[in-house]
Design a protein around this ligand. Structure first.
Ligand SMILES: [Zn+2]
Length: 92
């Protein structure tokens, strides 16, 4: 599990003193990238359950400070940032 003292979004507005919250990597109402992300992860030789994204599955939960969380809101993360978060989660 990731270090809970770190913000996984780490945007330019990042400030852990704003408090931290558990957030959905991909908002629960959106499954737009579900298939794409599964394909990307599958290339690493890992099988991913279809409900991993856009859900309350642990793979879809991240720890973020309130500043970053408020900045992100319901928007999709930058693709590269999302991939780096997923990579980090998979390595722990
Ligand atoms: Zn942050």
């Amino acid at each position: 599990m990731a270090d809970v003292t770190q913000c996984m979004l780490n945007l330019d507005c990042c400030d852990l003193e704003s408090g931290t919250a558990i957030d959905h990597l991909i908002h629960i109402s959106s499954n737009i990238l579900n298939k794409e992300l599964r394909d990307l992860k599958a290339k690493k030789g890992k099988k991913v359950k279809s409900q991993s994204f856009g859900s309350n599955h642990i793979d879809n939960l991240i720890i973020a400070c309130n500043n970053c969380n408020n900045r992100k809101k319901h928007k999709m993360l930058d693709h590269r940032l999302m991939m780096s978060i997923l990579k980090e989660k998979n390595s722990t």
